[in-house]
Design a protein around this ligand. Structure first.
Ligand code: 7TS
Length: 408
């Protein structure tokens, strides 16, 4: 049965708390999402009734919890339209992307080859490529923005050539809200034999993801941005590529046989999951995906689109406000970055905080993008399906108050 999104807010206990004696308007969902009671209870239940180590015990409880852990792998595979053996559990998007850069990239890159990324990448999908490019003697190239804060696709195509071995890009910008046409870009990249690595941190949780339709080679996301626990993330990789990619960490439960001088590793995904994994977090991620499924994408997307249009149009109407990102008439994820002329975004965010409105201000771990936009920082309101019209009104009222206060 589909759950009604209008009452979903009640499922999130943290949203009932106060901040600065005001009820909380939480608009920092791009940083992390709040957790529904069902996820919190699942974690408590796990520790109360199921807590054992997985993949090793022969006793009944160990077998049962191992089965549940593996069921979540299947659930994640279904969520992404992948196969279970293509899903690796990691610490989060950052770890997933670092592993592809550190372990997969050296299997395909020769000195003089090229890695293509974009100017809108989060540092997590930028710094690892800088480091690996330097190490392997490869060139790091960037795709810039067009005047609508979208990727310049003509420039992207012009940058693809026989030396391009990896194209790594975000599906959704955590600053601009731009949604990139991954399927089209993957098709172009594959024509020159390049592999495509997608940072899905801001996409998974806000829109359906189908890695087969996208045809990307790797896809990364974080549990804590899809209403699940921290400390758990996912790396999807096409089965053949995961076999080709060496393990990153070595230790328990990822081996078939160890002798004094050599080790034979298990097949993927086991060879990537060395040591005791964040088992409770995996189970909690399963509960979060169940929760998302109970709402359904059409309700989630409709509510988030409603919020971004409402907030975006009202922000734009305030004199002195600059919005960074695609026009609201274009595909736009529920992320709005803005500045008020003459006011530092940290000061703006401080006034918003005094009114109970939580937004992020800063460079959003995207300093090259800030440089390209010729700003040092922005304020950013990012929405989830549990936000409502009142949250938007409180944001707008607080921004107007800040404008008055700073006489901007
Ligand atoms: N990629 C993108 C596009 C992101 O937005 C983030 C986190 C990451 C990668 C890293 O995810 P992590 O879970 O490994 O930390 N973005 C943000 C943000 O915008 N504000 O706080 C974290």
């Amino acid at each position: 049965m589909v759950k009604d999104i209008a009452t979903a807010r009640n499922d999130f206990p943290l949203l009932k708390t106060q901040m600065n004696q005001e009820s909380l308007t939480y608009l920092d969902n791009a940083a992390t999402t709040q957790k529904p009671q069902a996820v919190i209870e699942r974690l408590v239940d796990y520790y109360q009734t199921e807590n054992v180590n997985v993949q090793r015990g022969v006793y009944a409880l160990a077998q049962a919890t191992t089965a549940k852990y593996e069921q979540v792998r299947q659930q994640v595979a279904d969520f992404l339209h992948a196969q279970a053996d293509e899903i690796i559990f990691t610490r989060g998007t950052t770890t997933s992307l670092n592993w592809v850069a550190q372990s997969f990239a050296p299997t395909v890159i020769q000195p003089g080859d090229e890695i293509l990324i974009t100017i809108m990448e989060h540092h997590s999908n930028l710094v690892p490529w800088q480091i690996v490019a330097k190490k392997l003697g490869a060139h790091l190239r960037y795709v810039e923005l067009n005047d609508q804060a979208e990727l310049d696709l003509a420039q992207l195509q012009a940058n693809l050539n026989q030396r391009t071995k990896i194209v790594a890009l975000t599906q959704v910008s955590n600053v601009l809200g731009t949604i990139n046409p991954i399927k089209q870009i993957t098709a172009w990249a594959h024509q020159v034999g390049a592999y495509v690595v997608v940072d899905g941190a801001q996409a998974a949780g806000h829109m359906p993801v189908d890695v087969q339709a996208l045809d990307c080679d790797f896809y990364a996301f974080s549990g804590h941005k899809v209403y699940g626990p921290t400390g758990i993330g996912v790396l999807y990789g096409k089965a053949a590529l995961l076999q080709q990619m060496p393990p990153v960490e070595y230790g328990g439960e990822m081996i078939n046989r160890v002798t004094r001088q050599s080790t034979d590793f298990k097949a993927a995904p086991a060879k990537f999951e060395a040591g005791t994994m964040p088992i409770a977090q995996v189970i909690g991620l399963g509960a979060a995906l169940d929760y998302l499924t109970s709402l359904g994408w059409s309700q989630i997307e409709a509510q988030e689109q409603h919020l971004v249009q409402l907030a975006g149009s009202q922000l734009q109407a305030i004199p002195g406000i600059t919005l960074y990102g695609p026009p609201l008439s274009k595909p736009h994820a529920p992320v709005l970055s803005f500045n008020l002329t003459g006011v530092h975004p940290h000061d703006l965010a401080t006034v918003l905080d005094s009114q109970g409105v939580a937004v992020r201000a800063g460079h959003h771990c995207a300093q090259p993008l800030m440089a390209a936009l010729q700003v040092s920082a922005t304020a950013r309101a990012s929405f989830a399906f549990y936000n409502n019209d009142q949250d938007v009104q409180r944001l707008i009222t607080a921004v107007k108050l800040a404008k008055e206060f700073f006489q901007a």
